[in-house]
Design a protein around this ligand. Structure first.
Ligand code: HEC
Ligand code: HEC
Length: 299
């Protein structure tokens, strides 16, 4: 009797254990794919693909090689696909976080601020981890990164130490007390993720952002484009725009005059067009709260 019954229990236990295991495995896989999904949202709003894909020369997504001309020379964006040899496939999450939060590579060198890490530093640990999950889920591309073509002395990365002392302050961005949740979310989206100021804030001769004139426009924006004044100044900024006007611009790239935004902003709109209603609203609340700054003329 005993002998006949014995195997029943282990078989049952095994079945239960297998069921539990597969359930927890499925939960882990769900958590993983949720992280990838959340990471994709941050990736799109931050427009990582815009800089890291050489669309002009039909480069593969995120394989780098896009030329970014600046007053300091031409940068070529690196391959950020999970290729082990040419991309970031060998990076740990800690390596990735250090690059975004501190602007320092896994081998310890300083990044140039042509990589907008001075903005990305503001991202939360959670968003950085989600971004990492998303990037690691992309197809690897075995294409080597090109060296930058910079003018003397900018070709020496140690010159960045002084720059960092002057213009870099490490994140993450903290909520400002006394401001509501929408404003703080808008602050986070504009300054940490979508890095609007990297184009719309004027720079000094060292390439540092002039924060006293934040968002008042940059006559020498990236690629030599003029980035207009987006402070609420009624004459030279967007002070006369309604919330709907700003929403239409960020969703569809259309100005109140019916012009389609071009160049760099067209790329930005691909990301802001995917903002959730709540995030779009938060972004507008923040933009409208900026101090209005008048500029000599629109542009
Ligand atoms: C405005 C253009 C631009 C945008 C937008 C941008 N990057 Fe970059 N990125 C660069 C440049 C230029 C470098 C090279 C910096 C250097 O060599 O010092 C770089 C470097 C990197 C590196 C280091 C790669 C290596 O091999 O060391 C990583 C990782 C990276 N970017 C990830 C991202 C992610 C993630 C995003 C979106 C959140 C992003 N980048 C958005 C321009 C950009
Ligand atoms: C890569 C650089 C770049 C980034 C990043 C960027 N912009 Fe722009 N933006 C531009 C340029 C260039 C124009 C002018 C486009 C044109 O005239 O066709 C522009 C135009 C605009 C306009 C229209 C202003 C007007 O008077 O017509 C608004 C509003 C705007 N941007 C808001 C934003 C916001 C908000 C963000 C962040 C979510 C942002 N931009 C990020 C480059 C950028």
């Amino acid at each position: 009797m005993e002998n006949a019954r014995r195997p029943v229990f282990p078989r049952l236990a095994w079945a239960v254990a297998a069921l539990l295991l597969s359930a927890s495995g499925a939960r882990a896989a769900d958590a993983e794919s949720d992280a990838v999904k959340r990471g994709q949202y941050i990736f799109e709003v931050a427009d990582c693909a815009g800089c890291h894909t050489d669309v002009k020369n039909k480069g593969k997504p995120l394989a780098g090689g896009r030329a970014l001309p600046t007053p300091f020379g031409t940068f070529f964006t690196p391959n950020i696909t999970p290729d082990k040899e040419h991309g970031i496939g060998g990076w740990s999450l800690a390596d990735f976080k250090r690059a975004l939060r501190q602007g320092i590579s896994p081998s310890g060198f300083y990044y140039y601020p042509a990589f907008p890490y001075p903005s990305f530093t503001g991202m939360s640990d959670g968003d950085i981890a989600d971004l990492y999950a998303y990037l690691m889920a992309q197809p690897p591309v075995a294409a080597p990164s090109k060296p930058h073509d910079l003018k003397f002395p900018f070709s020496f990365r140690f010159t960045l130490l002084g720059w960092r002392l002057l213009y870099f302050s490490e994140g993450p961005l903290r909520p400002v007390a006394g401001k509501d949740a929408a404003w703080n979310r808008g602050d986070y989206l504009v300054n940490a993720v979508a890095h609007c100021g990297e184009c719309h804030t004027p720079r000094n001769f060292l390439g540092g952002l002039q924060q006293s004139r934040a968002f008042s426009g940059n006559p020498q924006g990236p690629d030599g484009q003029k980035a207009p004044n987006i402070t609420p100044d009624p004459q030279t900024g967007i002070g006369k725009w309604s919330d709907d006007d700003i929403a239409t611009l960020l969703k569809d790239g259309l100005t109140p005059a019916g012009d389609v935004v071009g160049s760099g902003m067209a790329e930005v709109v691909k990301g802001t067009g995917k903002l959730s209603e709540g995030d779009l609203h938060a972004l507008i609340v923040y933009l409208k709260s900026l101090p209005p700054i008048a500029t000599p003329k629109k542009g």
